[in-house]
Design a protein around this ligand. Structure first.
Ligand code: WT7
Length: 664
């Protein structure tokens, strides 16, 4: 944690209202998957036994495990390591074998209005064919396949086909730039990229294949050419693209050569399942590695218990993109391994208008719905008259993820979407945790708007002070996970040392999550945001350092500092302060703002585009030359500037805050 960011003291003193609580209704409780609080005690008494039982009862193993956890070489955990399973067969074949082949797995809703419903039997068939196709493209166990796709069924089919072969996928969110995509392809040394010509977003086709082309044409980092041999292209947007002969193949042309016969093979529980890149505190994204048996155990368990899943009657909808971990765990692996029926929607919530999501809920009778606070706040802004036009009475449970949900948004969600009666589960977890860690169990927990409340059975979290002691109730500190958990990150791809340094250096054998949290008088956990150089914009993690590096990469920029400032809709927003190379008169201030926003978007991706770029003459620095971002955050949020006495030049902040005020 850097010394110029949010401190524990500031977390403890945050104003905190006494919450009203929402106990589960008698009816909900009676039918809930978990309605006996003894589960917490039972799991705490024997966490390994608890997880072993989940692994055995929820999953199908081709070779049963005898060892539950190997923690002899911390922080490198091995769960169920002598067991073998096929992750894709757990999501597909076994449901078909159990007579559930006719159940709809996916109700796909395209943004332009096309839709198709795919049963478990059909999805199994498609994944088997795709697995055969990938095999003849040379994909075998242990390989990495990059996936750069819109939200369409072929994305899920691709992920499952890769998993079926014992290879690992690296899904790169379709909003990332060519440069970001290339860095991820290089880091994972992927030989195959699966993409689409384009996908629909905001009523237009957003091109993807051209970005792949650009990525593969970029100068090779470290003089090494790209490892990519083939690019497989799904036709979706019908936009004009070029196909490089010998390298690029159309999915719909290739697939016709393959049938649906494919015998899934079991792979060791610790076989890599996927790498997912996430922003860290340095400029270089971290390849979070997840493996098979433990991951699948915890995503199925939490998907079933936290969302009270009834696979035979529920219609699940998680609005995330599969490019993020939420999509991996609660669109692909958890729901499919649990045999759920779900909605997958391609586009944005405001296309063609802000009624789109509610119309989809009405159309498919969605029962359980999982989204992010930033989306809820956008809908609040538009007004309740929009959702009120639709029949949302099928909804029986709501979920939230991505950032702390402010009590006001919680209450609106409860009242307007949940008819003032359905439970809301606020789920805290991370790319690294793989699955939900802290969340209510809806049949047991009296809900408090704004709190994730309680660790899942079999999980132990604590809030510690800087010296590693547990804080008292009513106090704030740093969140840690006490023991290894099945879905935990296994390492940072190719960088064990960074894995150790990032998460385990601070508190030894306890996992340091990077989040501030506060315990209330009942011991419930209230998350307070990141304590490191990571911002949370619309529930997406962005690194201040990565954006700063992009900015100083621009020829007109001499220095840059980036902060995450509070934003009414997106939670935090990227606010940049830059010093231009003045002598050169390269850009006027007005040009600079537009140009630099564009520059960041094209280098990292549109999600990283700064809300504001302020051109300043000076940045606040300590006498040792460290930029004091905390003061810039004060200015960006319109607060009185904090203590400036350690600054080398105490007048700097006055000038900067005048500049920010002028802009407002
Ligand atoms: C960071 C992880 C987990 C999937 C989405 C984001 C923040 C996430 C909550 C929540 C408070 C939350 C944390 C965490 N976060 N959910 N319910 N309450 N904060 O995954 O990109 O890995 O980001 O998101 O700060 O560390 P991610």
């Amino acid at each position: 944690m850097s010394d110029d960011h949010g401190t524990i003291e500031s977390l403890s003193s945050l104003a905190h209202e006494t919450p009203d609580t929402y106990p589960p209704s008698a009816e909900f409780r009676a039918q809930a998957n978990q309605n006996n609080s003894e589960i917490y005690l039972r799991a705490a008494a024997d966490p390994e036994g608890y997880w072993a039982e989940q692994a055995r009862t929820r999953l199908t193993w081709t070779k049963p495990f005898t060892e539950v956890l190997d923690w002899t070489n911390p922080p490198f955990a091995k769960w169920f390591q002598d067991g073998e399973l096929n992750v894709a067969a757990n999501c597909l074949d076994r449901h078909v074998a159990n007579g559930l082949g006719d159940r709809v797995a996916i109700h796909f809703e395209g943004e332009p209005g096309d839709s198709r419903s795919i049963t478990y039997a059909e999805l199994t068939y498609e994944v088997k064919r795709a697995a055969n196709m990938l095999t003849s493209l040379g994909v075998t166990a242990g390989d990495r396949v990059a996936i750069y796709m819109p939200m369409i069924p072929e994305t899920i089919i691709s992920m499952l086909a890769v998993a079926r072969l014992g290879a690992a996928h690296s899904v790169v969110f379709g909003g990332f730039s060519a440069e970001s995509l290339r860095a991820r392809i290089d880091d994972a040394e992927a030989e195959l990229v699966i993409t689409a010509d384009g996908g629909y977003r905001k009523g237009r086709v957003s091109p993807l294949k051209p970005v792949v082309d650009q990525a593969l044409e970029l100068d090779d980092a470290d003089g090494k050419p790209s490892t990519v041999k083939h690019v497989l292209v799904v036709q979706r947007g019908k936009n004009d693209i070029t196909m490089e002969s010998g390298r690029d193949l159309w999915w719909h042309e290739e697939i016709t050569a393959y049938d649906g016969e494919h015998q899934a093979q079991g792979f060791p529980a610790e076989n890599p399942l996927f790498i997912l890149y996430t922003s860290g505190t340095t400029g270089r994204p971290k390849g979070i590695l997840h493996t098979s048996g433990g991951y699948l155990t915890q995503v199925t368990t939490t998907h079933s218990d936290v969302f009270d899943l009834k696979p035979e009657s529920d219609v699940w909808w998680c609005t995330a993109d599969v490019g993020w971990v939420t999509g991996h765990s609660y669109i692909v692996y958890g729901p499919l391994a649990n045999g759920a029926t779900q909605v997958v929607y391609e586009g944005t919530p405001d296309t063609p208008d802000w009624g789109r999501w509610w119309e989809i809920i009405q159309k498919y009778g969605v029962t359980t719905f999982y989204t992010a606070p930033t989306a809820i706040r956008s809908f609040m802004k538009v007004g309740r008259q929009v959702p009120e036009k639709y029949d949302l009475s099928s909804i029986r449970l709501l979920g939230s993820v991505g950032e702390p949900i402010n009590p006001e948004a919680w209450r609106w969600y409860h009242e307007v979407i949940g008819a003032s009666q359905v439970p809301i589960v606020d789920t805290w977890w991370q790319t690294e945790t793989g699955a939900i860690m802290v969340a209510p169990l809806p049949g047991l927990t009296s809900l408090k708007p704004g709190s994730s409340q309680i660790a899942q059975p079999g999980i132990a979290v604590s809030v510690l002070d800087e010296s590693g002691d547990k804080v008292d109730r009513g106090q704030g500190g740093l969140l840690v996970v006490e023991r290894p958990w099945p879905a935990m990150v296994r390492t940072i791809w190719g960088d064990d040392q960074r894995f150790i340094d990032t998460y385990w250096e601070k508190f030894g054998d306890k996992y340091f999550a990077g989040d501030g949290a506060r315990l209330d008088e009942d011991g419930d956990v209230w998350f307070m945001g990141r304590v490191d150089d990571v911002m949370n914009v619309s529930g997406h993690r962005l690194s201040t350092t990565e954006i700063e590096s992009a900015l100083v990469g621009h020829h007109a920029v001499a220095e840059a500092a980036v902060v995450g400032a509070d934003d009414e809709t997106t939670g935090q927003a990227v606010v940049a302060f830059v010093i231009l190379k003045s002598q050169q008169q390269l850009l006027t201030e007005a040009e600079a703002e537009a140009e630099l926003k564009k520059h960041v978007a094209s280098h990292i991706g549109a999600i990283a585009r700064p809300r504001n770029v302020f051109v300043v003459n000076e940045l606040p620095k300590t006498r040792s030359g460290k930029i004091m971002r905390r003061l810039l955050k004060d200015a960006a949020e319109g607060r009185t500037i904090g203590d400036t006495t350690t600054l080398a030049d105490t007048m700097v902040m006055q000038t900067i805050s005048d500049r920010v005020v002028a802009e407002r």
